[in-house]
Design a protein around this ligand. Structure first.
Ligand code: GYE
Length: 329
């Protein structure tokens, strides 16, 4: 009798305990995947230390990541470094501290990432390099996904080669000094440009309208449009729009100069319609969905490609009017 009573008490206590245990662990198990189960977007926190808001390309890129996070249901830790590498590095360090699942990094410049990439690696957080490239050793990051900047430069050069078979003198308005985008475009451009086409001057406008305007003004003080130079290679549409302001103010008319830009934003399409740009080399900022898919594969331990290059084209004024309404950025 006594033994039975003791046993019954034990059973009730054990039942109560297990009920208790299930109750407390239940919310956790529903949030975190079971051991061995595949993680879903709902389990993923991605850090995106955006480099800045310098251009329409960048605005579209930011929107692409935010919309993708919203649609797929992962958590995005977003920040804007205002084109300063030190801000990007501190944003990354904060993300490492928080223990995010993955970092997607669009590096403002190529050099100087080794220390923070090593910190992420030591913390077991994979890094996907997005858009521009880094010079750091490949072992420090999982993959690079973005445009082939060198190819973009080559494509721009081909436009000048076609336009000026007998040679010309041209100017270059280049992107942020030391950035993968500016370095790659300048390199590809020079590699493909015919020898009879001379780049008489090259200055940076830091990928912004505001900084391109005074650079173009200074060019126009030094060189006479049409006489001293016949064309300009401009590394992005925003700088092109800034340059157009300076050209207009100096009395230059659309078509007086052969201008090739990069990005293919709505502003670039408008500049083609208005007769200022003769070609716009596409650079696609809508990388959010591809990066998210890659990130999920990574946190599930699946293999991913080390380098993914975006498929792009060149746009011309004759299609600009028709295509402008379809442009997403
Ligand atoms: O061309 C420019 C932006 O890195 C590809 O950065 C990107 C470049 C793009 O500011 O508009």
């Amino acid at each position: 009798m006594r033994i039975q009573k003791i046993l019954a008490t034990f059973t009730i206590a054990a039942l109560l305990l297990s009920a208790c245990a299930t109750a407390t662990t239940a919310p956790e198990t529903s949030a975190a995947p079971e051991a061995g189960a595949k993680k879903t977007y709902a389990d993923m926190t991605m850090c995106y230390p955006q480099l800045g808001a310098e251009s329409d390309w960048r605005t579209a890129n930011t929107a692409s990541f935010k919309e993708t996070a919203e649609e797929l249901g992962f958590k995005l830790i977003f920040s804007d470094a205002q084109q300063k590498q030190e801000n990007q590095i501190s944003a990354m360090r904060a993300c490492i501290q928080q223990g995010v699942d993955v970092i997607a990094l669009p590096p403002v410049v190529e050099d100087g990432w080794d220390a923070v990439l090593t910190e992420a690696k030591n913390a077991g957080i994979p890094v996907i390099i997005v858009d521009r490239s880094v010079s750091a050793d490949e072992s420090l990051y999982a993959s690079h996904i973005g445009s082939d900047m060198k190819l973009e430069g080559e494509r721009a050069a081909e436009e000048f080669n076609k336009q000026f078979p007998d040679g010309a003198k041209i100017l270059e308005l280049s992107g942020t000094t030391g950035s993968g985008a500016a370095v790659g475009r300048a390199e590809g451009f020079r590699a493909k440009l015919n020898e009879n086409i001379e780049i008489i001057d090259s200055q940076t406008g830091n990928f912004t309208r505001a900084e391109a305007l005074p650079v173009m003004q200074a060019f126009l003080k030094k060189y006479e449009a049409g006489t001293d130079f016949q064309g300009i290679f401009i590394h992005n549409d925003d700088m092109g729009i800034g340059a157009i302001e300076a050209l207009k103010a100096a009395g230059v008319k659309p078509g007086d100069l052969f201008i090739v830009s990069v990005d293919g934003t709505r502003g670039g399409f408008q500049a083609m319609i208005d007769g200022w740009f003769q070609a716009d080399v596409e650079c696609n900022p809508l990388l959010g969905p591809q990066v998210a898919e890659m990130a999920l594969k990574l946190i599930n331990g699946e293999t991913i490609d080390r380098e993914v290059l975006t498929n792009e084209t060149v746009y011309y004024p004759d299609q600009a009017e028709e295509l402008l309404p379809t442009r997403k950025y």
